[in-house]
Design a binder for this molecule. Structure first.
Ligand code: ADE
Length: 255
C-alpha cells in the first residue's frame, strides 16, 4: 500500500528525502514527486505548495497519478485556541475552511453541495499519528535546547481551520476564533491547506491524517517568528514524527 507523505515546507521534506531508499523523481502538474521506500514501506513524497487550490492539485495528483492509498500531512500552523503555544503540536481530528462563505445561499462555513462544514480525519490513522507525535517529541527531548526556550511542549488533538490567508494580527486571530466558535467550530490552529487536502481525500475515500507544529500565535509577530522556527524546530519535529509514524506502519503490519 503506497503512503503519501505531504509536507507543507521544503525544510520539512529534506530530512525525509535523505532517508528515502530507491528514490525516483517524477514531475507532474508542474510539481516534483519522489517515490521510494522508507523503513521498507512504499511511499511517495510531495510538497503541498501553499494555499487550498495548490494543495488540492497536489493531493489529486498523489492519488490519481501515484496511486496513494493513504495520506499523512505535516506542516506548521498558527495557534489560536486557548493554551495552544509555539512549540506545541496539533494532531487534527477535523478541518473547517474559515474563509468559506456562500451565505445566504448556504450556511456560513458550509461547503456547498457537501451539506457539511467539516471534514474528519481518519480515526485509526490519526491515532497512529498521535502516538508517533508523542514518541517523536520525546525522542527529540534533550537533543536540542528548544525546550528551554519554548517551555514544556504539549500535543493537542482537535479542529484545525484552513483559509487562503496568513493570519498575522492578534485582532484578526481573535475575531476568526470567535466567529468559528460562535458557529460551533472552535479551532485550535489556523493554516492554509489542510481542509483542502481533507476534502480531496474525502472525495476519493482515502484515509487522511495531519499534524501541525505551532510556529506562531497568528498575531502581529507571526511573520517574524516563522522562518527561524521552521528552520530550527518544525523541520526536526516533522522528521521525527514521520520517522516514528512510518516505523509504526511497518511494525503494525499496515502494509
Ligand atoms: N501557518 C503557520 N502560521 C500561520 C498563520 N499565522 N496563518 C496561516 N497559516 C499559518
Amino acid at each position: 500500500m503506497t503512503t503519501a507523505i505531504l509536507s507543507a515546507l521544503a525544510e520539512e521534506q529534506q530530512g525525509l528525502l535523505d532517508l528515502l531508499r530507491r528514490p525516483q523523481r517524477v514531475t507532474r502538474a508542474g510539481r516534483e514527486f519522489w517515490h521510494g521506500e522508507l523503513h521498507g514501506q512504499p511511499v511517495v513524497l510531495a510538497l503541498s505548495r501553499i494555499g487550498k487550490v495548490a494543495a488540492a492539485t497536489t493531493t489529486t495528483t498523489l492519488i490519481e497519478a501515484f496511486g496513494a492509498q493513504r495520506l499523512v500531512f505535516t506542516g506548521v500552523a498558527g495557534g489560536v485556541g486557548p493554551g495552544v503555544q509555539v512549540g506545541d503540536v496539533v494532531v487534527a481530528t477535523e478541518f473547517v475552511q474559515h474563509d468559506m462563505d456562500a451565505s445566504p445561499l448556504f450556511p456560513r462555513y458550509q461547503i456547498p453541495l457537501y451539506d457539511r462544514e467539516r471534514f474528519a480525519c481518519d480515526a485509526p490513522l490519526s491515532a497512529m499519528l498521535l502516538g508517533a507525535s508523542r514518541a517523536g517529541l520525546s525522542r527529540l527531548n534533550g537533543q536540542f535546547d528548544s525546550k528551554s526556550v519554548l517551555g514544556e511542549r504539549s500535543v493537542h488533538q482537535g479542529l484545525i481551520a484552513s483559509g487562503d490567508r496568513f493570519v498575522s494580527a492578534a485582532a484578526e486571530a481573535r475575531a476568526l476564533h470567535a466567529a468559528l466558535s460562535d458557529a460551533g467550530h472552535p479551532p485550535l490552529a489556523v493554516e492554509m491547506e489542510g481542509a483542502a487536502v481533507a476534502q480531496v481525500c474525502h472525495d476519493y475515500g482515502i484515509p487522511f491524517a495531519a499534524v501541525r507544529t505551532i510556529s506562531d500565535r497568528a498575531d502581529d509577530t507571526a511573520h517574524v517568528d516563522f522562518p527561524q522556527f521552521v528552520r530550527d524546530v518544525a523541520s526536526r519535529y516533522a522528521l521525527a514524527i514521520i520517522d516514528e509514524f512510518v516505523r509504526g506502519l511497518s511494525t503494525s503490519g499496515r502494509r
